[in-house]
Write a protein that binds this ligand. Structure first.
Ligand code: NAP
Length: 346
């Protein structure tokens, strides 16, 4: 089969097309997926570079490895080509998989076929085109999990998305807006302000500018007292500024590490967390072990079909063919895209 392989750690050019990589063999308890669309993720950029992952990026500690497989790609949608004896998934079903070890603990989705443990494969009942479906699994499920399973947002709440132009950030803005929340979001680039407004951000703050985020936020009438929830996607080392945007009794959820820093930096919880404010995290890979995630995925797909979520508005770039993954990595590396990069296979 054709696959994009990582030849060594490094820039996008270390990714090369291999026209005759061995197709995964059928295995009991595993689904072979004929890949139709691939969503790119920031974690794949880190793996490509050889940055070590963190344990919570794996479904369990025993899967942890610092060395990524030859084929990266942590999510895909496609058709079940072999069901490995599953009683739930049939050959020919439309399926999705993400963050269950593909492209991290074993060969991933940058290929015509990939093999995934059946327990982590979602069956999707939908006629959405691959180019839209490919943008949903990891990104919208991470946004969904962060907002509803970690932060517990409710209608009329206010939410700050720190790292608003990331794929997870744009999805979170849309989902929070759909829930009836007032949303503020950040970017480092003034050129991206309009795109954040278009997808529903009521206030857009410039990160790293002359004024702190909290000063910019509180200048808006709607957010003058701060926000009820902060979704932190930039990183724990940048949390102090976002934290200052949180109201008393607000909750802050650390989901992202765009700065690639996993730990709090010289930030004392005793000084930073006033009584009543709460800190939580969301880790998709760990949450995949929960039984109830399928309902969330089904609801997201239905909301997209019903036109309640404009998933197209959350896609920054769609490319065609396996080889375009290299171009996708170049765009991601340069932070040129607002939202998700989707690769559609022929
Ligand atoms: N916990 C989980 O389960 C989970 C799941 C998925 C993703 N994540 C994490 O969530 C984050 C977002 O992932 P993604 O795939 O959505 O990212 P992405 O789409 O690749 O995000 C790209 C955007 O992030 C911003 N950015 C990049 N580096 C930054 C930095 N050093 N400081 C501030 N902003 C920076 C840039 O926006 P501007 O230039 O506009 O500022 C850039 O355009 C990542 O850290 C990813 O690893 C976590």
């Amino acid at each position: 089969m054709k696959a994009i392989v990582r030849t060594q750690p490094g820039p996008p050019s270390v990714l090369r097309l291999d026209p005759s990589y061995p197709k995964p063999a059928p295995k009991a308890g595993h689904i072979i997926i004929r890949v139709n669309a691939i969503g790119l993720n920031r974690a794949e950029l880190r793996s490509r570079n050889g940055d070590p992952p963190a344990k919570p990026e794996f479904t369990s500690d025993d899967l942890y490895t610092e060395t990524p497989p030859a084929i990266l790609g942590e999510e895909c949608v496609g058709i079940a080509d072999d069901n490995g004896g599953s009683e739930v998934i049939r050959k020919g079903d439309t399926v999705a998989a993400y963050f269950c070890g593909i492209g991290k603990a074993f060969d991933g989705a940058y290929a015509e076929y990939t093999r995934v443990p059946a327990r982590y494969v979602f069956t999707l009942s939908t006629t959405l085109p691959w180019g839209l479906l490919g943008a949903i699994p990891s990104t919208f499920m991470t946004a969904y999990g962060s907002l509803f399973r970690a932060l517990h947002i409710r209608p009329h709440d206010s939410v700050l998305v720190h790292g608003g132009t990331s794929s997870v950030g744009t999805a979170a803005i849309m989902l929070a807006k759909l829930e009836g929340c007032k949303v503020a979001a950040t970017t480092r680039q003034k050129s991206k302000v309009d795109s954040l407004r278009q997808i529903g951000a009521k206030a857009v703050l410039i990160d790293g500018g002359d004024e702190s985020l909290s000063k910019q936020l509180k200048a808006h009438e709607t957010f003058k007292d701060g926000v009820d929830h902060v979704l932190e996607l930039v990183g724990p080392d940048r949390i102090a500024d976002a934290w200052a945007c949180a109201k008393p009794f607000a909750t802050v959820c650390i989901t992202g590490v765009l700065t690639k820093v996993w730990a709090l930096d010289k930030w004392s919880p005793a000084e930073g967390i006033e009584t009543g404010k709460k800190l939580t995290t969301y880790q998709s890979a760990r949450d995949l072990n929960s039984e109830s995630l399928g309902e969330g995925m089904a609801k997201l797909v239905k909301d997209v079909e019903d036109g309640k979520i404009d998933v197209k508005g959350g896609i920054g770039l769609t490319l065609n063919g396996l080889e375009s993954i290299i171009k996708g990595h170049e765009e991601m590396e340069a932070d040129r895209v607002t939202g998700k990069i989707v690769i559609v296979l022929d």
